[in-house]
Design a binder for this molecule. Structure first.
Ligand code: HDD
Length: 681
């Protein structure tokens, strides 16, 4: 095995190093190690004759190729991952004995896979969908997996309904249409007839479901877990990831176009950010409820369709995760990684959340078919960084060579080892919750309020966010062929807001409900993206530049870089674009290879020799960015282009020639991200 350690190495990287292989500068061999003399021509009986069976090289190469694919994940098939580390800010020892949460400053290697849920492995990444946010912590006590989403609640309350939910949301079985979309009859039929989904649907119709970047999403463990401290005291806990760049989204028209212009938009953004050293950072937060306060809330804290509002149960920030290393090989790492919410360490335990209970079965089960047998824990990406010993043996693809005669417990021949560890020695002991009940297939009454938190979510949205939700419902239901389905959904969401239901009813041609809504006025400001962190950092700015541009534009571009934004030069042709005094700047893209949807903002420079074609292409570009509410800046000849298109003077449109003043104002606008108050022409 060869290769070099990667930068930002850690204990997991050291372990992976043993498995890396670099074929560069090597002689080709078969998998048996036999040097190969010819790789162009199969062995034939005569130059124009049939291929011979004895061509072992051909057979081996072809057989391996024929078996390259494995089943994709039944959900979360399209995903992208990175390595990193988690650093603890403050000790959690009052709440949990988990070793990786004890010592401030301690670092734990992590591997994170982001995903969409519905689409297949090759689908576009800008689907309106929940995003998976799964983290594997390689701790000294074994792997701890926090398998979360970017939305804090779920569609259903009991895992037995998961296959129904997924059957309804996946492409319809009779024609396998549509791909990676919820905008079809079976999904909305499921929603209307399983009203526990109401709260989750509000989130899924909000901007949260079309994130700008994996780097700009929150993550949530969703289910309620338990912390247990050294004294054996237990707490209920919910986990949160908070992105340091804030939570940001694209608009729906943009998302749809992005899926065509660059279906890899999110993975490319993640990959390139890490390569550049703009490491994505997320703080880990916990909400903690004392055991004795379990019944203090007006919802059941074990119900996965409910949040614990941050204003009622504050999120305590306890550490930070930095993603600082891309994978070497997407199949070996990203595709073969196997997460499981049941992978816990001492100090973290489960609750009776009925969704979590079912998840504990499903994840191992699905890996067995996906990864082809019970030895997937031996794959390099899945191995814990601590040793593991037990009496499990054999099975497909077994790599470990277990030596010795004994593979059972109890035994005397190996002095009864491997032996279970006592709790004091780190052995995992399940929390001894007292459980007492009749066997019953039923749902607790405390799980039956499906609408209060959907109303809370709606109340917490800004006006712009509310408009987006109305539009999202109108799009989704508008794509449903069955009027009865549209009507049922509109009637259902009248329970959340009459304004919402009536607006959507009008758009999708069904009878507007006359009664409904809620008198509840409570809102949770933490739910609105309007209140998120706003920074210019890593924002991509399209710089539209043409022959004869003003030399001061070069300085402005330099200043924009200093402020942490990423200008990308776009012109009519790739290569050098001349400025007025004979200097030149290199164009990274043309209007053919770039599009406004790929950028966060536009800076129009223009030039003294702007051709008509440039003006046309630049006008289209800038008008599209404007219609997506993006910041637009212009200096020098670029200002004429904005005048021509009647954009000057509108919200988020910054013009000027004084470099310092312009850069400051424009960067402020870039940090603002979108200008919803803008009138769209
Ligand atoms: Fe799940 C994958 C997150 C409910 C069954 N789930 C999967 C992944 C994420 C989640 C992020 C992708 C992991 C990766 O990148 O490899 N799932 C969630 C969350 C849920 C949830 C946050 C609600 C709290 N899931 C859920 C239920 C079931 C499953 C109720 C079944 C009872 N999930 C699976 C699975 C998957 C999976 C079928 C497919 C691929 C895999 O496990 O490894 O087992």
């Amino acid at each position: 095995m060869s290769g070099t350690f990667k930068r930002n190495s850690n204990k997991k990287d050291e372990q992976l190093q043993k498995f890396r292989s670099n074929d560069r500068d090597k002689k080709m061999t078969t998998n048996q190690g036999l040097p190969v003399s010819e790789d162009e021509f199969s062995l034939k009986a005569g130059e124009r004759g049939p291929t011979l069976m004895e061509d072992f090289h051909f057979r081996e190469k072809m057989t391996h190729f024929d078996h390259e694919r494995i089943p994709e994940r039944v959900v979360h098939a399209r995903g992208y991952a990175a390595h990193g580390e988690f650093e603890l800010y403050e000790s959690m020892k009052d709440y949990t004995k988990a070793k990786f949460l004890q010592k401030p400053g301690s670092k734990t290697p992590v591997f994170v896979r982001f995903s969409t849920v519905v689409g297949s492995r090759g689908s576009g990444e800008l689907a309106r969908d929940v995003r998976g946010f799964a983290t594997k912590f390689y701790t000294e006590e074994g792997n701890y997996d926090l398998v979360g989403n970017n939305i804090p609640v779920f569609f259903i309350q009991d895992a037995i309904k998961f296959p129904d939910l997924i059957h309804a949301v996946k492409p319809e079985p009779h024609n396998e249409i549509p791909q990676a979309a919820t905008a079809h009859d079976t999904f909305w039929d499921f929603v209307a007839n399983n009203q526990e989904s109401a709260h989750m649907i509000m989130w899924a119709m909000s901007d949260r479901a079309i994130p700008r970047s994996f780097r700009m999403m929150e993550g949530f463990g969703v289910n309620t877990f338990r912390f247990i401290n050294e004294e054996g005291k237990a707490f209920f806990v919910k986990f949160h990831w908070k992105p340091l760049l804030g939570v940001h989204s694209v608009v729906w028209d943009e998302a749809q176009k992005l899926n065509g212009k660059n279906p890899d938009f999110h993975r490319q953004d993640l990959y390139e950010s890490i390569e550049k050293g703009d490491y994505p950072e997320f703080e880990l937060g916990v909400q903690i409820i004392n055991e004795e306060d379990e019944f203090m809330f007006d919802f059941d804290i074990l119900d996965p369709t409910k949040i614990w509002p941050e204003e009622d149960v504050p999120v305590k920030i306890i550490g930070k995760m930095t993603l600082n290393r891309n994978v070497d090989n997407v199949f070996a790492e990203t595709e073969q990684v196997a997460f499981h919410p049941g992978n816990v360490v001492p100090g973290i335990d489960f609750t009776n959340d009925p969704l979590l209970q079912g998840r504990l079965f499903s994840y191992t089960d699905t890996q067995l078919i996906r990864l082809g047998g019970p030895n997937f824990h031996e794959l390099p990406i899945n191995r814990p960084v601590c040793p593991f010993h037990n009496n499990q043996r054999d099975g497909y693809g077994r790599q470990t060579i277990n030596v010795g005669q004994v593979s059972y417990h109890n035994n005397s021949l190996a002095k009864n080892t491997p032996s279970p560890a006592s709790e004091e020695d780190g052995g995992y002991v399940h929390y001894q919750e007292k459980v007492d009940g009749r066997k019953i297939r039923a749902r607790s009454d405390s799980f039956k309020d499906h609408f209060s938190q959907a109303v809370l979510f709606w109340n917490s949205m800004s006006n712009a966010e509310k408009e987006h939700i109305k539009n999202a419902f109108s799009f989704e239901l508008g794509m449903c062929k069955e009027k009865t389905v549209r009507q049922q959904v509109v009637d259902m969401f009248a329970n959340v807001s009459l304004e919402l239901a009536q607006a959507v009813a009008k758009n999708v041609g069904v009878v507007p409900p006359e009664t409904g809504g809620s008198s509840m006025t409570k809102a949770s400001p933490a739910l609105s993206q309007e209140n998120t962190v706003k920074k210019p950092d890593t924002r991509k700015i399209a710089v539209l530049i043409s022959e004869g541009f003003d030399q001061r534009a070069g300085e402005i571009i330099g200043e924009l870089k200093k402020k942490g934004t990423q200008p990308v030069i776009i012109s009519e042709e790739q290569g050098l674009v001349d400025e007025e005094n004979g200097m030149a700047i290199e164009a990274d893209h043309t209007f053919l290879t770039a599009d406004s949807v790929l950028f966060d903002a536009v800076y129009v420079v223009g030039g003294a020799k702007m051709s008509e074609k440039f003006q046309q292409d630049a006008s289209y570009f800038v008008k599209e960015a404007y219609s997506h509410y993006k910041p637009i800046g212009a200096t020098h000849q670029g200002k004429h282009l904005l005048d021509m298109n009647k954009l000057t003077g509108n919200a988020g449109v910054v013009t000027g020639d004084d470099a310092g003043n312009f850069v400051e104002k424009f960067v402020e606008a870039v940090a603002e991200h979108r200008f919803w108050e803008r009138k769209i022409l």
